[in-house]
Design a protein around this ligand. Sequence first.
Ligand code: AHM
Ligand code: MG
Length: 336
Amino acid sequence: MRQVTVTEHVLLHQTKSPSASGKFTALLYDLILAAKIIQREVNKAGLLDILGATGETNVQGEQVQKLDDFANRTLIHRLQRTGVLCAMASEENADLILVPEKFRRGDYILIFDPLDGSTNIDVNINVGTIFSILKRKSSSEEDVTMADVLQRGAEQVAAGYFLYGSSTMLVYTSGEGVHGFTLDPSVGEFLLSHPDIRIPERGKVYSVNEAYYHYWDTRTRKVVDYFKSPENERGAPYSLRYVGSLVADFHRNLLNGGIFMYPMDQRSPSRPQGKLRLMCEASPLAFLVEQAGGKAIDGSRRILDILPEHLHERVPLFIGSPRDVDTVTRIYSQTD
Ligand code: AHM
Ligand code: MG
């Protein structure tokens, strides 16, 4: 059987897109290298002194896990040397990370969540790295500014994730469909395993942390009641699946159909917009899901249309099969 590597696949797609350049391939190469290093540590996490927390708190007010910190440092170290980035932004860093002057700088900006699903690290459950690639708008003669970074998700050049699961996968889009690659550890290459992924029109699964039911508003409760009802349009209750790693929950629903929800809740006045971050979690997954025929909204707005006001902005997220997301839109628009 002929096996297509990720580099081969990207090069093939680039010949179709005249605006594409070898820079994107270089960036992807270094991202893949960083992800291979991260997956190596994730795979032997139980054997090393790398489980548990570092004792520090990140910009989100959350405990930094050692593997989270390792993944973050690996990505920054590798990607600042790639020659095509001018800046990076990480879920773990409060400010923009400018590529130091000693390295060659380019026009691209990388935004990432280094290890999504941190609470699952210590218990050997799937985690992942989510990334989003933007192109700066200002001239490369000037220093990159926050205005260059705060772009709508619709302007992403590419986005994807690495899933460190029973096998390690890369799923990405550069606006020409969604393609999945599985790491063959014997040759160290990601090989095309899921070409042109399409999400089913409607799923059988809803994914939400239902323990927050009493913190939700009426609209969200109605949405979840709908998916549980035997009298919904499907004619049967959906199954509930919730790993607690967004990448893993998203990946399952992308392949099998379904909807993932992280609505706003009234737990904490400091985060009325739910938990997930617009730029490093919601937007890249929204780009992927739309490219696969799905939808992503915050309850009323398309995620990709939201202009971020700051780097670590949070947003409610409803993402998945188009008919399931349409149900949320309908219930939200009819309910006060
Ligand atoms: P993280 O990026 O710090 O790991 O936080 C995001 C994670 C998501 O992967 C997951 O969907 C969510 O937090 C789970 O949160 P909760 O425990 O509130 O359901
Ligand atoms: Mg995350």
